[in-house]
Ligand binder design. Structure first.
Ligand code: IPM
Ligand code: MG
Length: 360
């Protein structure tokens, strides 16, 4: 039976970058005879416009049945005034949580060709290869109670809750250790255990799990220090494991080390490695429709999909090599452009990756 892949382009630059990623995926499908069958649906603002909700039940059902999901990005000013519960972002959070995609892998790798595009000095970032493992279905993103209440005197007060259970911490810690084991064997757990109860339990459980991984060197770091160390000496890190919100923030920060957030792919996996794959960046409404967005993060997300959900290492590597070749040719979208390179648009970049992959 063919493998089903559900494509959810989303909003803003989502459809533009997805069109390029789909070209690459279709070519890989032919070239490596992967037997994939692709179908499309809507999520986020596009789903609000079509169904009145950011994730329709039938879309969720199709995602459940699919072997993997490829997502662009959601959100935009058109839907910003909607109530929190029906905003485009809710669709994304719902699909993550309903599919049980608790492990979010966000690799920050500096392509040597882009050392000049980083805002940090080349010697600080050259050779950078960090993997951020972000817990994705718990913590403050989903904690209850949350809301707004009226205090005595009529003033409003809003609140969120940051809960983590032992089992939630244990399973994400295991992913962190497993990843570290097959990489540089160093895991840094990031928390705020000097202040937060949830972080104290986090640290305790991570220590417990560490007993099963004597070959991995574990360290702990407070999130404020981790944010600083990422720009001071990022190469000290191999794998970082952290909670949902800290991971959201640190992965954006780490992306800039690599030149642009437009380069960062991600994989969100469930307990059986079923996954949803998406770029770490958002829908960038400011540049949507202009054909200038960088499609490489989405193209690299396709490569992560081949690697993690389908164990197609050769095809995954071929896509990564094609991206590298295109960078060698000096092609750059605006976000990674530096003097001496040729500035190209979204489609030209996608076409160049396709051409490189075809010739590999
Ligand atoms: C991300 C995004 C999302 C998140 C938003 C769009 C809800 O920032 O994937 O990092 O906060 O998780
Ligand atoms: Mg984010």
């Amino acid at each position: 039976m063919s493998k089903q892949i559900l494509i959810l382009p989303g909003d803003g630059i989502g459809p533009e970058i997805m069109a390029e990623a789909v070209k690459v995926l279709e070519l890989a499908n032919d070239k490596f005879q992967l037997g994939f069958s692709l179908s499309h649906d809507v999520i986020g603002g596009a789903a609000i416009d079509k169904h009145g909700v950011p994730l329709a039940d039938e879309t969720l059902e199709r995602a459940r049945k699919a072997d993997a999901v490829l997502l662009g990005a959601v959100g935009g000013p058109k839907w910003d005034k909607l109530e929190r519960d029906i905003r485009p972002e809710r669709g994304l959070l719902k699909i993550r949580s309903q599919l049980g995609l608790f492990a979010n892998l966000r690799p920050a790798i500096l392509y040597p060709q882009l050392a000049d595009a980083s805002s940090l000095k080349p010697e600080i970032v050259s050779g950078l290869d960090i993997l951020i493992v972000r817990e994705l279905t718990g913590g403050i993103y989903f904690g209850a109670p949350r809301g707004t209440r009226e205090l005595e005197g009529g003033e409003r007060q809003s609140y969120d809750t940051l809960p983590y259970s032992e089992s939630e911490i244990r399973r994400i810690a295991r992913v962190g250790f497993d990843m570290a084991r097959v990489r540089g064997k160093k895991l840094c757990s990031v928390d705020k255990a000097n202040v937060l109860a949830s972080s104290q339990l986090w640290r305790e459980i991570v220590e417990e799990v560490a007993k099963d991984y004597p070959d991995v060197e574990l360290s702990h770091m407070y999130v404020d220090n981790a944010a600083m160390q990422l720009v001071r000496a990022p190469k000290q890190f191999d794998v970082m494991v952290t909670d949902n919100m800290f991971g959201d923030i640190l992965s954006d920060e780490a992306s800039m080390l690599t030149g642009s957030i437009g380069m960062l792919p991600s994989a969100s996996l469930d307990a059986n490695n079923k996954g949803m794959y998406e770029p770490c960046h958002g829908s960038a409404p400011d540049i949507a429709g202009q054909g200038i967005a960088n499609p490489l993060a989405t193209i690299l997300s396709v490569s992560m999909m081949l690697r993690y959900s389908f164990n197609q290492q050769a095809a995954a590597e071929a896509i990564e090599n094609a991206v590298s070749l295109v960078l060698d040719q000096g092609l750059r979208t605006g976000d990674i452009w530096s003097a001496g390179c040729s500035k190209v648009g979204t489609q030209e970049m996608g076409d160049a990756v396709v051409a490189a992959l075809r010739n590999l």
